[in-house]
Structure formats: C-alpha cells, structure tokens
Ligand binder design. Structure first.
Ligand code: NBP
Length: 478
C-alpha cells in the first residue's frame, strides 16, 4: 500500500480528520462501515488531496504502507471494540492503531494491553476542537508506547493546531490510557470554565442589571485581557445574537436545560476514585444536572428568597469589575484542580505525564484554548515538581490580589439569591488550602466516637482511641 495513514469511521470527526491529513500532503486511505459515506467523502473533497477509498476492511488494510497506521474515529464504546475485532486479525507486528474517539481511559488501558500481546501498538488519543478543529488543526493528546509516537508524531505534528509560538499542539502524553485520561480532564475543565462564565453572566444580568448585548460588550472587553480565550470569545457571540423569529435576545429563547455527553461526569467519577478534590468541576457537572430537573425546579419555584434589585450605573460597573476578578480567581482554581487530577492519575498509573507539555498543547486547537495556558506552561516548565498551580508565585499573587473582590461577589450572590456554585466552591477550596487548622479534627473525633476509627495527634506519633463509652481515657491503637 501507499497510504501513510488510514481513517476508518467517516462521520463529522473522521471525515474532517482525513481531509486534514490529505490537505497536509499525506495519502489517506478512507473507510467507513457504510460505504456510501466513503464514496461521498471522495466525491465531495477528493480534490483536496490524495485519498484511497476502501470498501472492505481487507482493502483498507492493503492500502496502507508498513508499518500501518490506522485511525479509528467511530462512536466510543462497543463500536470501537467491534472495529478493533475486525481489523486486528488483518494487521502485523509493529502496526499502529490510533483510537481518536472519546474513549474511557480504562477501556484504552484494556485495549492497549490486549493488542500489545499481539505486537500491535494501540494509541488511545484524545482529540479536541470539535469538527472545526479536526479539519483546521485540533489539539491532540496521544497515549501509548513511546516507540509508536516516534512513527506517528511527525504526522500528528503536521495536522495539529499551532500555538502562538508556532509549536504544534501535540505531545506524547504517556503510556496506555494517559492520552484519553488527559482528554477527559480537559473536558472536565471545559465544563468548569463554561459554568464559571455562565455564573458571571447571571450576576451581570441580575445583579448589575445589564442586558445580554451589554454583557456581550463586557465579555469582549474581558477577552482583550487576561481572560482572553475561545470560550469567552464565543460567549460574547452567543450573547450578542438575536433570535430571528422573535427579535428577542437568543439567550432568552433557549430552554435553560444544559445537556452533557459524559466526559465531565467521568472526570468527577475518576476524581472521587483517586481522592482528588475537583469541587469546581463537580459543581459544573451538578449545575447542568440541576438545570435538567424540570419537575423538581417547578415544584421548588415558590420557595422564599430575595429577588435582586439591579444596581445603579456606577455601582454596576464596579460590580462588573469585581466579577472579572472572581471569574479569574475561580478559573485558576479549576485549572489547579484539573492539573492535580492529571498528576494523581499519572502517579497512580505510572504515566510520568509532563504537566507543562499538557498546558502547552492546550494553548491552541482545543475548546479551552486560552492565553492563560501559556502561563500554566511557564509555571510547570520553570518548576517541574510544582505541588500545585497555587504554589506558583505569579498565580498565588494574582489570586491574592483578586480575593477581596472574589469574596464580595460570592457574598453578594448569596445575599441576592443568585446561585454561584462554581465561584463559591472554588473560593471554599482556596480557603481550605490556606487554613492553618481544618475542622477535620472534629470529624476524626466523631469517627472515633461512633466507630473507634482512631485518630492521630498533633504532638506525638501513633494512632489513638479514646474510650468514649468508658472513662474517656486514651489508649494507643494498633
Ligand atoms: P459518531 O460518534 O456519531 O460515530 C459515528 C461513526 O461510528 C460512523 O462512522 C459509524 O459508521 C461508526 N460506527 C458505529 Br455508530 N457503530 C459502528 C460499528 N459497530 N462498526 C463500525 N463503525 C461503527 O461520530 P463523530 O461525532 O464523528 O465522533 C467520532 C468519535 O470522535 C467519537 O468517539 C466522539 O466521541 C469523538 N469526538 C467527537 C467530537 C465532536 O465534536 N463530535 C469531538 C471530539 C471527539 P456508519 O456510518 O456505518 O453508521
């Protein structure tokens, strides 16, 4: 065969990825379960580059040069296993299967192990940027063996987005499930970013009394500063949009029930398993869930609470500036939590993930792309063992400078009855980390009281138990 790469699964993502490879000068074998999609791709876009259409799995495999590299872009889950079952028997030792779907990293670990036994490299790869990214340059997070990356890296670097400094947004993340794990956390952070922006909007609307068009202006202004990012940019676009049918702000005619496909939920489930406090991300997932509970919301609508009275012009402007501080500080916390989760996953599974390079490849191509990520890259690159983003001097200074306004915004939200789970949880996390003493000491006392779970002391080593049901003397435990 002559094709340097093959793509099977030609729905929106696979088709655009195949076109991206072809536009970058690679010969691309293309295949889809339903052959009509393969024919349609070549008919419509054949002029963009060199495609080799294949109707059968055998034809597809035969079209590839060796070692073969084939990308699977099908619906994550059983379809991925079905496609692997179909292709693996046709492959040889040293061939590389790239799964570009949104697989759960535990599935990727299993598939990698099974295929490794047959001498086939399995590269679970996170791809972010949606269909536009797939076509014009996504952010790419490949896992799998270092050996497979040596053959694959140069191709991926060609099709990836380019960061402002020109670096392609792709890097070998680590063995087996590392790439899909990092993509999962990317999506968790994306949920948190979106929730924080939504809370900022809600406060500007109901406390500052701004119209959607005015809020769009505010976001445009913020987009020129340290919050500059794709999500802030599209937020302004959405808020400025008017519904053609009614002439009303678009945001007012959209049903207020947020949906989800599941990667945010996975992030939180895995964080619970790893014992990593990703409270900001969790609140973002729960906020979508609350919004979807229509009956519960109906039944609760009459509950008492304040109705915010919009501020005057000057006070509103002051408040808006505070919201910018609260949003920025909460954003630092989301990324602190997300990077903590990546570090914990890396530790648990022995991946040795370089956090600076994760930040670097999120600078362009993906949904959370932002100027901010360059600062995170710098923080980890200048101190690779950084225990937390909050221990970086610059982030610590910035969050310190923002904290008065952040507290004021959370207090105002509580007083005015505007739900800000993201801002509030992020602030609580910040204060918990700062605290000299936490009430966890009391929790340990209670656990020892009802379950003899023992506790440690601040003044000497060892585990202890108090005889709560007896004379309350202390005994050494274990
Ligand atoms: P879909 O997730 O909608 O999957 C459709 C593709 O899967 C079609 O090519 C379909 O073939 C194929 N397929 C299915 Br369904 N079952 C199959 C089976 N048993 N055997 C072989 N092929 C099967 O496509 P997508 O939206 O392009 O997404 C592709 C992957 O990329 C997914 O894993 C998704 O999570 C991930 N992803 C999507 C985005 C996004 O923005 N959409 C972003 C990042 C990652 P058919 O044509 O014969 O039905």
């Amino acid at each position: 065969g002559t094709a340097q790469i093959g793509v099977t699964g030609l729905a929106v993502m696979g088709r655009n990825l195949a076109r991206n490879f072809a536009r970058n000068g690679f010969t691309v074998a293309v295949h889809n379960r339903t052959a009509a999609k393969t024919r349609a791709l070549v008919e419509e876009f054949g002029g963009e580059g060199s495609f080799v259409p294949a109707e059968s799995a055998e034809e597809f495999v035969a079209a590839l040069e060796r070692p073969r590299r084939l990308v699977i872009m099908v619906k994550a889950g059983e379809a991925t296993d079905a496609v692997i079952q179909e292709f693996a028997p046709l492959l040889e030792k040293g061939d590389v299967i790239i799964d570009g779907g949104n697989a759960h990293f535990a599935d990727t670990r299993r598939r990698e192990r099974e295929l490794r036994e047959r001498g086939i490299h399995f590269v679970g790869t996170g791809i972010s940027g949606g269909e536009e990214g797939a076509l014009h340059g996504p952010s790419i997070m490949p896992g799998g063996s270092a050996e497979s990356y040596a053959s694959l890296g140069p191709l991926l670097e060609r099709i990836a987005a380019k960061a402002p400094d020109g670096a392609p947004t792709v890097a070998h993340i680590g063995p087996d499930g590392a790439g899909h794990f990092v993509k999962m956390v990317h999506n968790g952070i994306e949920y948190a970013d979106m929730q924080l922006i939504a809370e900022a909007y809600d406060l500007l609307r109901s406390v500052a009394g701004y119209s959607p068009a005015r809020i769009a202006e505010t976001f445009r202004e913020w987009n020129r500063g340290r919050l500059g990012s794709y999500l802030i940019d599209i937020t302004a676009e959405v808020l400025a949009h008017t519904d053609a049918a009614t002439g009303r702000p678009f945001v007012d005619i959209v049903a207020d029930r947020a949906e989800q496909k599941g990667t945010g939920r996975w992030t939180v489930q895995i964080a619970l398993d790893l014992g990593v406090p990703v409270s900001g991300i969790a609140e973002a997932v729960f906020a979508r869930s609350v919004s979807g509970h229509t009956a519960l919301r109906e039944a609760s609508r009459g509950l008492p609470g304040p109705s915010p009275r919009p501020l005057g012009e000057e006070a509103a402007a002051r408040f808006a500036a505070r919201v910018e501080q609260a949003l920025y500080a909460s954003k630092i916390v989301s990324y602190t939590q997300g990077f903590h989760q990546i570090a914990a996953g890396s530790e648990e599974y022995g991946w040795n993930v370089d956090l600076g390079s994760v930040a670097a490849i999120w600078r362009a191509g993906c949904i959370i792309r932002a100027d901010f990520l360059d600062r995170i890259r710098e923080a980890y690159d200048s101190r690779p063992g950084l225990p937390s983003l909050l221990s970086d001097k610059r982030f610590a200074e910035e969050i310190g400078a923002a904290q008065d306004d952040w507290r004021e915004v959370v207090a105002t939200a509580a007083r005015e009855g505007v739900p800000t789970p993201g801002f509030s949880a992020s602030l609580a996390y910040y204060d918990a980390l700062r605290a000299e003493r936490l009430p966890a000491a009391l929790t340990q006392g209670q656990r020892d009281f009802f379950g003899a779970h023992t506790y440690r002391r601040t003044d000497r080593p060892g585990a202890f138990h108090t005889l709560w049901g007896g004379d309350r003397s202390e005994v050494a435990a274990g």
